[in-house]
Write a protein that binds this ligand. Structure first.
Ligand SMILES: NC(=O)c1ccc[n+]([C@@H]2O[C@H](COP(=O)([O-])OP(=O)(O)OC[C@H]3O[C@@H](n4cnc5c(N)ncnc54)[C@H](O)[C@@H]3O)[C@@H](O)[C@H]2O)c1
Length: 319
């Protein structure tokens, strides 16, 4: 049976993915610089500690055939503040991982790229995978560069590399204090009795995907057969909902569907927030037969229900 390694598997997406792999009966190892949350051990998932800095990847990948790469230290705002730190911790470690995989051979690598940042200001929306790279953040530049390196290892060394360009995931288990994920953050702030802060007039539109749908999409990318044509391009898929929701739209769902009472403060807009970012997910639908199942409002209702069942640290706010 295929053995999977989830790098960054103690984080939001990696943890959900590792649990989904374990649920379907696949052997899973999680490697992270953070200690493991108890739910991983309870699900029978093995844990390997990663040294911060420049980890030796060889012992970590040992015995694993599919490597899921979710290890990343920055979000757009923090990478913009420290582009060199982002480069060292993330891009450099990704290229070190690729070198290790080239030397060791016989592995598959799935990389979590960013559908919201590699394209920059969109000339087409929903945006297809063929849109040019034009990132306007350091985070987007690192993700695009990592993809370009993966294309090199795929094309020149025959490494089985796949890319998922993820939109904006949300759901129980996401850290609402990180500067990423408006849907989770707005719900957290509302439950905590805090004001929601919106930069701009709230018309900024994003593609939000519930974590359950995202994980199914990521598994579809990882499970897809190796392309048969020798010269086949590296598989790259947008994994999002394909539907745009504005920041004001999130607030509306909190009111109308979740029956909450958020208060909102508006601040001046930020230059790095592109007005609209919605992914064209038709390639994944056609080639992988994957489609998200939950609407945005249903996903929000599921997030609240999961929190009520105590699925994350801020569920205590519901007591
Ligand atoms: N959450 C989003 O909105 C979003 C959107 C698009 C892409 N992504 C990408 O998906 C991936 C996972 O995102 P997330 O939201 O789960 O982030 P997260 O911060 O919750 O998880 C990242 C995990 O990686 C770990 N990590 C960092 N450096 C490591 C290293 N060198 N070795 C091992 N582990 C390391 C962290 O400790 C953390 O547990 C990241 O690459 C992120 O850039 C996230």
């Amino acid at each position: 049976m295929t053995r999977h390694l989830v790098l960054g598997g103690c984080g939001f997406i990696g943890r959900h993915l590792a649990l989904a792999l374990a649920r379907r009966g696949d052997p899973v190892v999680v490697a992270d610089i953070m200690p493991p949350p108890p739910e991983l051990g309870e699900a029978g998932i093995e844990y390997r500690a990663v040294e911060p800095g420049e980890p030796a990847w060889e012992p970590l990948i040992d015995g694993c055939e599919v490597i899921h790469h979710y290890a990343w230290t920055t979000v757009p705002a923090t990478a913009n503040d420290d582009p060199l730190g982002d480069l060292d911790a993330n891009l450099r470690n990704t290229v070190r991982l690729l070198e290790t995989l080239r030397r060791e051979g016989g592995r598959r690598l799935l990389f979590s790229s960013s559908g919201g940042t590699v394209y920059g200001r969109l000339t087409q929306t929903p945006v297809p995978e063929t849109h040019a790279f034009a990132p306007i953040t350091a985070y987007g530049a690192s993700k695009a560069a990592a993809e370009i390196y993966m294309g090199f290892y795929h094309g020149c060394h025959g490494l089985d590399c796949r890319v998922a360009r993820i939109s904006n995931p949300f759901g129980a288990g996401q850290d609402p204090r990180r500067k990423q994920g408006a849907a989770s953050a707005f719900l957290f702030q509302t439950l905590a009795g805090e004001e929601i802060t919106i930069w701009g007039d709230g018309s900024v539109v994003r593609d939000y995907i519930h974590i359950a749908d995202l994980v199914e999409g990521l598994l579809a990318v990882a499970d897809a057969p190796v392309p048969t044509a020798a010269a086949a391009a590296m598989p790259v898929y947008n994994i999002g909902s394909g539907v745009g929701v504005s920041l004001n739209g999130i607030v509306d769902v909190l009111r109308s569907r979740l029956h909450l009472d958020p208060t909102v403060t508006y601040l001046p807009g930020r230059p790095f927030d592109v007005p609209v970012s919605v992914l064209d997910i038709s390639r994944a639908a056609v080639e992988l037969n994957w489609r998200p199942r939950l609407s945005f409002a249903d996903g929000c209702a599921r997030m609240l229900a999961d929190l009520r069942r105590g699925q994350t640290s801020f569920s205590t706010l519901l007591d």
